[in-house]
Design a protein around this ligand. Sequence first.
Ligand code: SF4
Length: 392
Amino acid sequence: MAGVTSTWTEPANTPVALLLLGRGTDPASERGVDCPGELPAPSDPDLVARAEAAKAALGDRVFVLGHHYQRDEVIRFADVTGDSFKLAQQAAARPEAEFIVFCGVHFMAESADILTKPSQRVILPDLAAGCSMADMAVLGQVETAWEHFEDLGIAGDIVPVTYMNSSADIKGFVGRNNGVVCTSSNAKRALTWSFEQGSKVFFLPDQHLGRNTAVLEMGFDLDDCVLYDPHKPQGGLTAEQLRNARMILWRGHCSVHGRFTLDSVREVRERVPGVNVLVHPECRHDVVRAADHVGSTEYIIKALEAAEPGSAWAVGTELNLVRRLALAHPDKQIMFLDRTVCYCSTMNRIDLPHLVWALEELVAGRVPNVITVDEKTAHEARIALDQMLALP
Ligand code: SF4
């Protein structure tokens, strides 16, 4: 992809309203939610021993899932690590576990609840661990957009596709409108299937994954894509633009991957001659075009495992994962693509004190922070998830 030139201009990031910790709440999401219990002090020297003891006391009754972007102090207690879909599948494969402690973010815990048995309970150690990308697509906004498409007479041509990184009710919306969920690994297959069902795709909530897949993997033109801004009347688009578009991209993005810029790529190429630039498809389009390789988290992990000893890699994804990969492969030069720190702040809400608290509550017979998706939403979301599993 490196060296491709374009006159297209990258849209500015969607502003994200930041909430300072402990200062107010956002009723439209779970940002700013207080922990309902008594958290252990972060400085408690016994935290590791307490987590080990609580986990041992619970035995097979608990199954701890750790997303790749989690902190080391939490990952060490994970029974399995992976991306969001792999973790939800792993939870579903452990019906004997009464409690699934999900060290990830809210939409992931929802997916696990949808895919596990009703008797299993999914616990998110900190309810404030949301996802800014998922929060950028709220059901009411999406339904308003769909009504607009119906008024224009184009809804029947459109297949809705949502990235795994979306709330359960957005997955439910997609399921009841005959669409499909996708991950960053199967986005091309999901889009290929969708364009066999209709002539347009409404892609939620990550504009970058949608654009990068359509343009770089499927040969669409950038002009085939339009950006639907939920904060503008009619999405900020004319009827003609919507009628002509093949990909209607929701204006959402990942606030972590959205931070990498073309300058990050140029700077590392100057600093480290011969470096391979490897980025996640949630990165901006110009960054992905300038990179040497693009792929999902699992792709990044495998690419670095297979890399030649002595080779240099600048990786554009969440910093906790990049640090662990650098430690796991000391024979390769693995570095973070950007000069500035870039953790996922909501993912990082799950720290060792919250994990200890959740496990000790379970030992005491109390079940904290259960994430439950109502049956109707779960049923409709499962339709879209099953469609993903059935992709050719
Ligand atoms: S890394 Fe991005 S998409 Fe993933 S949880 Fe954080 S904000 Fe959401």
